[in-house]
Every structure is written in C-alpha cells, then in structure tokens.
Design a protein. Structure first.
Length: 379
C-alpha cells in the first residue's frame, strides 16, 4: 500500500525526553556513535572518511557512510544529512528513526540498496555552525569543473553592511526592522537572488562559497561514486531544516528539469503539492555550487534525482537574523561572552527546535518520505 502525504497532528508520538534520548543527539560525537551503532544493528557496511581538524573535545571528524548489503541492487536510495552542520541533529534524527523502524519491522526490499551519509559537514556539526572550518558553506562550494570560485550576485555588496556588520552582536539590534524594510522595498525573490545564492568575495560573510574545493567537496569527489556502487536509478534525499512553514516540508528538485513525465512520477511517488523546482519564487532558491547540481554533473546513475528535503522551522527574517548574529559572534565576538552564547544557542533552536510537537511531526514526516523513496525505487 502506497504511503500518502502526511497529515498534520497536534499530538506528539513521543514525549520530549523519549525523542531526545532515542533520536536527537546532544552533540556530534554522540550523533556519530548512534548512527554507526544503528547501522551495525542492521548489519550494514560502514565507511568513515576523516577530514582535518578536531571537535570541541578533541574528537576526530569524519564523514560516515552506511550502506545496506545488497550489492546486486541497481536501484539506490541516498539519504544524507548535516551538509549544513547545525542542521545535522535534525537530519541524523530522521536517519536514526528510519533505521530503528527498519530494524523492528520488515526491513528493506531486496532490490533496493540504501546509502546513508552522516555529517557531510562534520566540523560545522561538531562546532554548531552552519559552515566549515574556513567559514565556507558546503552547499555553495560544490562548483563543477570550469566554474570559478569568484564573484558575487548582483546586489550582495550593497547588502554587505546589513548582513555582515563587523562588530559583536548586540542585545538589541535594528536588524528586524531593516530586514522587513528591505523585503518590502525589493521583494523576496530579489532579496534571495542578491543575498543567499552564494558569494565568493567576502570570506567572513554569510553564504561564502570559498576559494577552492573544501573538505566536504573533496571527500564527496573521492568517495561518493564508490559508496553508491553500480546503479541505474537513484533517489537522493538531502535533509535540511529552516525554510518553510513550521513542521511542514517541501521536496526541492535540484539540478534536474521538471518535465511533464517526471511530474506525473513525482505525483505518484510523493503526492502532488509536496515538491517544487528550486526557484526564488517558491520556498527556496537555486544556489551556486549546490550539492544537487554537483551530483547531477557527476553522472552517478542513468536516472538520478536529487531533492533537498526542506523542513520548516521559523520565519525567513528570524532565520537570516540568527545566521547573521552567529556569524558576528564567531568573527567579532568574545567566545565566552553572554551575547555570543545566546547567538549560538539561538542558531541551534532555529534549525532544530526543542518543541516536542515539532520533533515528533518532522520525524514522522521524514520517515514517510524515506519510505516513499524506497517504494519508488522498488517499483
């Protein structure tokens, strides 16, 4: 029986303590350990690719892959998390919940292979930042060969003073008023295009794409094809949080044209209205150097569909304000200052709310999405 689109529920399936203990890890080291333990219980193959640097307690930083042992399967489902480090707890929670469900239930179809990727930006996850050790956004860093790490969107420079003030964050800031004024004056699509699609000129600014391939880019280039194995068709869900209505989700098709035939397929697999083409007029935007466009450029499979599985938390102005304040705190604040600690705690809450209803809701909807992808590949 095909799973339909999730319905909104006001009652949590678990208590807050149960959710946190079972699925939402308190830090990167615990998250990695739980992910690997869950994969071992399923008897999946594990791979770990170390990157430079250490976590806050001196722990190693790795990008981990767990692969179901069905080597002959030509249809693959890829589930990835933590490309933006601070979103790692949410994405990992979905992965852990899915693996727990499969261990307790019937498991996977015999003709589908699963590849789960954990902590694609382990530095950002460990240090509770969105970016890597060089302030690079990995989802702006995955440029294709021949595309230069240079330039900025038209208009980014004019917003630099608003986005990247070179001073510590303040208890009270006119950010919200200024942001709403910019929104009203220019319109949301224009602001998205100017601000967040990726820039390569302001190393300490938001949405910096870097000057060269970063750690995540290098590991994916070296390992992703090997982790996928030989496959003909693949659905890739890359879990993110922050955009959209509270607890809802949208599948954002990246790097692939939305043809009429594909639309019919997606309606059947995921339900009409649950997906859209990456577009500045919709929930999200099309960044430069995105993971999806990079995957499509690697010819990983004859039929490869990549989606950002974007789950909503707070509003766009609040999200951008939280990113702005944390970036200020990191570059120009005092590491142990009260305002700086508040900025970091706020960023965590923005991308992974502590609310029990939100956590229960997104876990259930995340599991449905993964199972829908597996059904699609099994069919």
């Amino acid at each position: 029986m095909r799973l339909g689109p999730p319905k909104r529920s006001s009652r949590p399936a678990y208590g807050q303590d149960d959710l946190t203990r079972m699925f939402f890890p308190p830090n990167y080291a615990t998250s990695r350990a739980r992910f690997r333990e869950a994969a071992q219980r399923l008897r999946w193959d594990l791979h770990a690719q170390k990157i430079e640097g250490k976590g806050p307690d001196g722990e190693e930083l790795t990008i981990d892959a767990a692969i179901s042992p069905i080597a002959s399967a030509k249809n693959v489902v890829v589930i990835s998390s933590g490309l933006h480090g601070v979103e790692g707890p949410f994405g990992t929670a979905v992965q852990l919940a899915v693996m727990d469900e499969w261990q307790r239930g019937k498991g996977l179809p015999s003709d589908v292979r699963c590849v789960f990727l954990h902590g694609l930006n382990p530095y950002g996850y460990a240090w509770e930042r969105r970016v890597d050790a060089n302030n690079v956004d990995p989802n702006r860093n995955l440029l294709l060969p021949g595309d230069k790490f240079a330039g900025s969107p038209k208009g980014y420079r004019s917003f630099d003073g608003l986005l990247n003030p070179q001073r510590p964050p303040l208890h009270w800031d006119r950010w919200t008023l200024r942001a709403w004024w910019a929104w009203l004056r220019h319109g949301l699509p224009a602001l998205k295009e100017a601000m967040v699609v990726g820039q390569y000129e302001f190393p300490k600014g938001l949405f910096f794409g870097g000057n060269e391939p970063g750690a995540t880019h290098r590991v994916l280039g070296e390992c992703l094809r090997q982790w996928l194995g030989e496959c003909q068709s693949a659905i890739h869900l890359d879990f993110h949080s922050g955009l959209g209505r509270w607890g809802s989700y949208t599948l954002l098709l990246d790097g692939h044209p939305l043809t009429k035939n594909l639309q019919v397929q997606l309606d059947r697999w995921f339900g009409a209205g649950n997906y859209e083409q990456d577009d500045s007029k919709g929930v999200a935007y099309q960044p430069r150097g995105s993971f999806g466009s990079w995957c499509m450029g690697q010819n990983l499979a004859r039929n490869y569909l990549y989606f950002v599985a974007e789950f909503g938390t707070y509003g766009s102005v609040a999200m951008l304000g939280g990113l702005r304040a944390e970036n200020q705190a990191h570059h120009w604040g005092q590491r142990d200052g009260v305002v700086e600690q508040e900025a970091r705690a706020r960023l965590k809450e923005l991308f992974c709310p502590a609310d029990a209803n939100w956590r229960s809701l997104v876990l259930e909807r995340g599991k449905i999405l993964v199972n829908q992808a597996v059904e699609a590949m099994a069919g």
